[in-house]
Design a protein around this ligand. Structure first.
Ligand SMILES: [Fe+2]
Ligand SMILES: [Fe+2]
Length: 399
């Protein structure tokens, strides 16, 4: 004796109003080859069931008031042949693949991806180059540390400086803005080439770009607090930044930008925080410095990992510093306006004793930048003498 064919009563509900969900649900509980009778009073139900069964690859036979469907392997066809795009796991370390296939496209890590290949191309698809175990953690830190310029900075704080000191602040801000712009464009440029499997890297670089957008905003706002016009942007400064924008290699670009450039900027922002002649300048430098420390930390982390996996990387990093030095040899380095502005900003007045103090502070800043660069280079495994040499070849534009 054969078991009776199960029957699904749809009542008035038609396939055009969601009945297919009930049919699918009922079919899922059945073995392959088993049948299901579907009946109801919706107009044209039998015809609709026929079309739907063909679409789903199911067997179909007419019965009074509906149809008899046969469960086949094709039910949920798009799942058949689909593959799991790695593991979503938030720790993401072991579950992140060395080189995920491009055919996974934009699928979430951990999704089932329907078979097929739409021809996505991701230029950056190697864990060795991109990954750091710290990515997810730094991303969450970055989100928690986002600040609103309208709230975090008291723009109405007293800010009455002698004309020339205000001009110096405006000049320094002008210089900072173009450097921040380079720091925004570099991660933004690489972002579009990163395989979405490396989700945490995408997220982190996106927030990093947003950080730079905010830095541009606050430096612009400080520059125009008392003045309608900004200071001088020099060819030498821009030539230095252009070498960063033009660098096509991910590891080299972030080494030059984040380890050496933003690393030096950490010293500069600390200097500005400490020596600022007004509270607004001090605060914008302080807040930006906190963000920059994260940018430097991520670059250090992924480069350390990359170096541990690729013995050829370290000499390539050194060669990149040398090549950049050579290409900027004819350029004057930090423009005189910025240097003088930093001295005056730290001096706060034209008193000779104050200028002497400001000048000494700027020399101290340069020494501080150099020491920090050497320290980071040594952390990346460069010998002390090599770290010293490479640091001395770093662009005189600081970034
Ligand atoms: Fe920045
Ligand atoms: Fe930055």
């Amino acid at each position: 004796m054969t078991a009776p064919v199960p029957r699904l009563e749809l009542g008035e509900l038609g396939l055009d109003r969601g009945a297919h969900l009930l049919v699918k649900h009922a079919l899922r509980g059945l073995a392959l080859g088993a049948e299901l009778e579907v009946v109801g009073s919706a107009p044209d139900l039998r015809l609709h069931l026929q079309a739907w069964a063909r679409q789903q690859g199911l067997g179909w036979a007419p019965i009074p008031g509906g149809a008899r469907l046969t469960r086949t392997a094709a039910l949920g066809g798009r799942w058949a042949g689909a593959e799991r795009a790695g593991e979503s796991a938030p720790s993401g370390n072991k579950s992140v693949l060395e080189q995920p296939p491009a055919r996974w496209g934009l699928a979430a890590r951990g999704a089932m991806v329907e078979a097929g290949d739409l021809g996505f191309e991701f230029r950056l698809d190697r864990k060795e180059v991109l990954w750091s175990e710290r990515g997810g953690e730094l991303y969450r830190q970055a989100l928690a540390a986002q600040w609103d310029p309208a709230v975090a900075i008291d723009w109405s704080a007293p800010c009455e400086l002698p004309d020339e000191v205000e001009d110096a602040v405006v000049q320094v801000m002008t210089y900072l803005i173009e450097n921040e712009t380079a720091a925004l464009l570099v991660p933004a440029r690489f972002l579009s080439g990163i395989h979405p499997h490396f989700r945490e890297v995408l997220q982190l670089l996106a927030v990093q770009a947003a950080d730079e957008a905010r830095h541009i905003e606050v430096f612009t706002r400080r520059a125009t607090l008392k003045r309608a016009d900004l200071g001088l942007s020099t060819q030498g400064g821009q030539a230095s930044l252009k070498t960063l924008i033009d660098e096509p290699d991910y590891a080299l670009a972030f080494f030059l930008l984040s380890v050496l450039g933003e690393g030096s900027f950490l010293s500069l922002l600390r200097f500005l925080h400490e020596h600022a002649p007004d509270p607004v300048t001090a605060r914008v430098a302080e807040l930006s410095g906190v963000d920059e420390a994260r940018h430097v930390a991520f670059a250090m982390a992924h480069l350390k990992r990359h170096l541990a996996h690729d013995p050829h990387l370290r000499p390539r990093l050194a060669a990149a510093v040398e090549a950049r030095f050579d290409s900027l040899r004819e350029m004057s380095g930090l423009n005189e306006e910025v240097f003088d502005a930093l001295v005056l900003l730290a001096a706060g007045s034209f008193q000779p004793a104050a200028i002497a103090r400001g000048h000494a502070a700027v020399l101290g800043l340069k020494a501080d930048m150099d020491a920090a660069r050497r320290h980071r280079l040594e952390q990346l495994g460069f010998e002390r003498s090599e770290a010293e040499r490479l640091s001395s070849l770093h662009t005189r534009n600081f970034m």
